[in-house]
Design a protein around this ligand. Sequence first.
Ligand SMILES: [Zn+2]
Length: 437
Amino acid sequence: MCNDILKLLKIKDENIQVLKVEEDVEVRGQLSTVVYGTLSYTPKACMKCGCVNDGQIHKHGKRVSRLTLLKSQESNVYLNLAKERFKCLHCLKTFTAQTNIVDSNCFITNLVKLAIQDKLTRVQSEIDIANDCSVSPSTVKRCIHHISQSLIVKPSSGLPKHLSIDEFKSVKNVTTAMSFLFINNETNQIIDILEDRRIHKLKEYFYRFDRRERLAVKTVTADMYEPYINFIHEVFPNAILIFDRFHIVQHLNRELNKQRISIMNTCRYKSSTDYTKMKKHWKLFLSDRQDINSYEYFWSKSFKTYTTSRDILEYLLNLDQQLYDTYMLVHHLREALKQCDWLRFKETLMSVEKKHVSRGVWRVIRFYKKYEYILYSTIKHPKLNNGAIEGINNKIKLIKRVSYGYRNFNNFKARILIIFKLYQRRKKDSLLINNAA
Ligand SMILES: [Zn+2]
């Protein structure tokens, strides 16, 4: 029989000969293609006692095993391989012929195992991978377990100089339902995931690292979760703490929006048109001042006239003095942050009076004043933010969703680490070269 079939199946072992191929054979309830082959050679030595073959090793029957290969044309393919058995007359023991396409005592070929590993680095459910590779889901699980052993972070592997930390919604069994994640903020590589985000657990984890390593950490970027602040100062004494810019703006926006809603609700029974206007034009309050148009006139249904966005905003702000003051304050702070202008930010922060702003905004201002030094370092390090880690968080959500959720944290963690640590995006340069060629 022509051995081109071996080339198609990517079997490189020259000791294997194909006898025949049968189509539509029922294997495990599915119609599959079965390739029949033999494995035979003259062994150089006895595998049991190690003595050199001097004609005393005889053929001793055959053992057939059905090996799983990768799918071909959407059909499962199996290799029914009759392996030669040998008997050594020195030690009177028997052994089976070996091949490099499959490990001993194993029925899943190495090519299938590699394919599973490759598929595991993409966002895909484990059952889908099992179906694609014609193996059972527990084989895929075993594969995950095997790979994840090599991805465990050891304290000796050290810490990066720029850290970024965040948390994400984890599996149900986790005590706080939130898990902790930290990445290298320069390379955006995930470093490790911890099951529990409570401070005492975090300290327990990070104190395993050498003190010298912890002292070498230069910056830590975090969201504005207050318990983290003391924890970071304690565990990384030399690190500069940086707040994520997005969260700073988000805090301010949220409070401004809350105030708009409360003013809107007071208008509800006094003047229903103002209520509608405020409800309809909520976006104007939150967009950047420079983006608000003052020259394009359009017909406004609620104002019953031709008007511009700026006029509408001015009208709405003039309804309430406190709303106006809060609006100006929030936008001054946002602009200073955007322009990385520390002096302007600080002056604005210091000029705020409690009576001029709402209670919520005042709470935010008090928090900012308390941690003024962190805001200073945030403005001085414009390139360090939590953008990458928030992106990773988003992908973690997707992994969970695609797999219909996880019950066990360790399985979830292993899958995340495999996807983020092993997945290699094809480089654009090499693509260009290929296209040019
Ligand atoms: Zn022997």
